[in-house]
Design a protein around this ligand. Structure first.
Ligand SMILES: NC(=O)C1=CN([C@@H]2O[C@H](COP(=O)(O)OP(=O)(O)OC[C@H]3O[C@@H](n4cnc5c(N)ncnc54)[C@H](O)[C@@H]3O)[C@@H](O)[C@H]2O)[C@@H](O)CC1
Ligand SMILES: Nc1ncnc2c1ncn2[C@@H]1O[C@H](COP(=O)(O)OP(=O)(O)O)[C@@H](O)[C@H]1O
Length: 270
């Protein structure tokens, strides 16, 4: 029987009334000259997670690569149900930082990853948001609130630090690792152990895209039930890990394989 964290629960089947806007528009401000792949991986993941439409609003050089990898992608800003911000973005990239600051002060739900964790102004962040730091990014995130810790502190007691970050930011926090900790308000849940095949470059970018697609697809329910974000975050971690396990049964795992297997698992579940 499905429980509240069963990923399938968040992928209602499509029907005759659906169009490309009805089951999730995901926007990305991700990727950069040094990390173009982060832009591509997140977009691939969102598409395989069933997004109806993906917009990419990164720099123009990376945009060319994204569109050549996925011609379905539409470039620029526009109507979006969830923005994924920061994978592969350096905090000193002023062009993308301006976009991230703008979206971080609006109301569309957000996934805030990597560089965006250092850019977003948390004093004006009110959109429904999942923050996705790894342990080293968590150190920097806490420092923005005057909380000084080291990576070893986070590794020793990840549940406590996920909760602390959730309380400081007022948002859902997904602290990545072999075991992932999802925290929101006063609740924290351990998810995993996750597949060790996720220990490969770019798998976090794939998770950010998957989360974006799941939040976008459930945007209407989320508008009236903020608590759903916690359940979606947990379900996304489970699906991400299951996709890595499925990929590893075929060949050695690269991040793009994880995105592909998300699509295979979802096809089998419908
Ligand atoms: N193909 C691509 O374009 C890729 C882009 N990536 C982007 O690269 C940027 C920098 O990524 P990183 O922060 O991993 O940078 P680095 O790999 O430069 O690592 C920076 C610091 O974070 C630590 N760290 C890395 N992963 C960790 C983890 N899982 N847990 C704890 N500490 C960890 C490292 O030990 C190091 O001290 C991000 O914006 C990310 O999205 C990565 O996802 C890799 C692939
Ligand atoms: N040893 C591991 N076992 C299970 N999951 C892991 C392991 N190492 C990393 N992961 C997962 O892989 C992803 C890595 O994300 P991240 O650290 O952002 O890497 P990247 O920046 O390369 O995308 C996270 O979802 C994390 O939980």
């Amino acid at each position: 029987m499905a429980n509240s964290f069963d990923p399938v629960r968040f992928f209602r089947p499509l029907g005759p009334a659906d169009d490309k806007y009805s089951h999730g528009v995901v926007g990305f401000v991700t990727g950069s000259a040094n990390y173009p792949g982060a832009g591509i991986l997140g977009v691939q993941s969102a598409i395989r997670a069933g997004a109806g439409l993906v917009r990419y609003w990164g720099n123009s050089e990376t945009a060319k690569l994204v569109v050549s990898a996925r011609p379905e992608v539409v470039l620029g800003n526009g109507r979006v149900d969830c923005w994924v911000l920061g994978s592969g973005v350096r905090p000193d990239d002023s062009e993308l930082a301006d976009r991230i600051l703008q979206l971080g002060s609006a109301q569309t739900p957000l996934v805030i990853d990597a560089g965006a964790l250092e850019i977003v102004d948390f004093s004006v962040l009110t959109a429904r948001t999942v923050l996705t730091p790894h342990a080293s990014e968590m150190v920097k995130l806490l420092a923005r609130f005057g909380e000084k810790y080291q990576r070893s502190d986070i590794d020793t007691d990840p549940a406590t630090f996920a909760l602390l970050a959730a309380n400081l930011t007022g948002q859902t926090v997904l602290l990545k690792g072999h075991q992932t900790f999802v925290a929101s308000d006063s609740q924290v849940q351990k998810v995993g152990p996750n597949s060790p095949h996720l220990a490969t470059a770019g798998s976090g970018d794939v998770l950010a895209g998957l989360l974006g697609a799941m939040i976008a697809r459930n945007a209407s329910a989320l508008a009236t039930d903020a608590g759903l974000l916690f359940d979606i975050a947990i379900a996304a971690v489970k699906l991400h890990s299951a996709a890595a396990t499925a990929a590893a049964a075929i060949k050695t795992v690269a991040a793009l394989d994880v995105a592909e297997q998300i699509g295979v698992l979802l096809a089998r579940s419908n």
